[in-house]
Design a protein. Structure first.
Length: 64
C-alpha cells in the first residue's frame, strides 16, 4: 500500500474529527453528522481504487 495514501486517510480523519467537535460544540449536530459521512465517503472512494488494484493483481497472479 502507498504510504502517501495512509497519510491522506489519516489527515482526512483528523480534519473530520476537528470539524465534528467544532460543529457539535456550536450546536450543529446535523452538520457534524454530515461532515463525518462525507469524510467516510471520501475515504471509501480512495479505498475502492486500491481494492480494484488488489483484485487486478490477484487476477493476474492466478491467470484469471
Amino acid at each position: 500500500m502507498d504510504v502517501d495514501l495512509i497519510f491522506k486517510i489519516a489527515a482526512i480523519g483528523i480534519i473530520v474529527s476537528v470539524l465534528n467537535q467544532v460543529l457539535i460544540r456550536s450546536g450543529r449536530e446535523e452538520q457534524a453528522t454530515m461532515t463525518t459521512l462525507a469524510g467516510l465517503i471520501v475515504v471509501l472512494m480512495m479505498m475502492i481504487e486500491q481494492i480494484s488494484i488488489l483484485f487486478d493483481t490477484v487476477k493476474s497472479v492466478f491467470g484469471l
